[in-house]
Design a protein around this ligand. Sequence first.
Ligand SMILES: Cc1ncc(COP(=O)(O)O)c(C=O)c1O
Length: 486
Amino acid sequence: MDGPILVIDRDTGQPVGVQLVEGLRRGILGGTLRAGDAVPSTRGLAAELGVSRSAVVAAYEQLAGEGYLEVRQGAPTRVAELVREVLPGLPTETNALGTPRSIDEHRPTAGEPRIDLQPGRPSTARIDTRAWRAAWRHAAALEISSDSPPLFGVERLREEIADHLRQARGVVCGADDIVVTAGTSEALALAASALALLSARPPRIAVEHPGYPAARRTLERRGARTVPTAVDADGLMIDALRRMPQPPDAVMVTPSHQYPLGGRLPVASRLELVAWARATDALVLEDDYDSEYRHLGPPLPALASLDDAEDGRGRVVLIGSFSKVLTPWLRLGYLVLPANRELRDAMALIRGDERCPVPGVAQDAAAALLASGAVRRHIAVTRRDYAHRRRLVLEALDGIPGAPISGLDGGLHAVVRLPDLATSAAVVQSLAAEGVAVAPLGDYSAVPGEEEPGIVLGYAGVGDTQLAEGLALIRAAILEATRTAT
Ligand SMILES: Cc1ncc(COP(=O)(O)O)c(C=O)c1O
């Protein structure tokens, strides 16, 4: 391209960063910069415009977060293909033969949603691919062992996880307390198997209602009986546990961001829950799945850090996962064992037979990735991206009569309540017809017949432009369904 792609006007009083972002965005939307075009290097553009390189880096990062640019380590930053898909009015790009490149090449295959806003999907666009590849190269170059990985996981990874927990969560533990798992799901399966081993009968595990259905089913498949337990705006109701005629053997809880409703257990309730667990000798399975992302209010202490287990009967098992802070593709998680010999021995016995299910090479790679600082940086970058997307959700959906929005203080999803189940179904169906996937809130019910009306939408897994289109369609679908319902 000849000439500068934008001009900085120092007389307007508008900050340089804002001018950079707006100028580049205008260039993309106006077709001056086309899908697939490489944008100038940050150094080159900074020199050309007489601005600092860090201002250009920040502008590129923001536009990448919004879905306009694709940043790949070791390759030029380019205008995202996505932009063309969601803004079909843009000029058609031609390929090397001069024939138009069909946008169908980028379309999802039949049956897949065009805009997938189902909860549980993080953004992977900003993963530092150079660090990712280096970590896997490092792991692949290590000597091939003839043994299975250690039962509780590779020591170096357990050390890195303990470090990660201290930095990201303020939880103080050592490598010896960590058990590497294949995600939260396998951590729960292991905990349920250990409970079954320790009690003569099938363990009873209290689960949140509404709550995480896959977790419920995992526990049941491992022989546990689940006991639905009510939640309120703060999360699990401790009173509901206390009222149970027979205390359960364990309770599974999402205290930092109740899944899916989004409540956060206040400190007093956390202390009550831990006291209840100690009094009844129940185990607490603390699913800390997305607490690295807190948008409003300070993070509260993990239940595990409130469990003073000097008697050697620690009750809280903290369960974490890299599914949100990196990608579920990795299938990597961990649990933090409390000081509890019986539980540790039971898990060691199970792992002795079943072995550690996470491949040693993947553990080595994850350890190298954590050690490189790439995960910490990724969390910092995605925190900003998600905070911005959360704002887009609020701008689009807050204040619709009859459809209050909630659950947005942390994490990567939101809940929109709807007046009744018929309206919910109408919204989900009309969105599906538009190619937008969201989850019905009723799917999270742990009690048949007690489904609540509403939708759950994840806002992390798509870029800003796609999210904005999805949100506009959701808003329209809700307005239409609530209008026809009245
Ligand atoms: C409540 C909850 N816990 C944990 C997870 C992560 O599960 P996993 O680590 O098995 O991918 C999810 C994923 O969506 C979740 O919704």
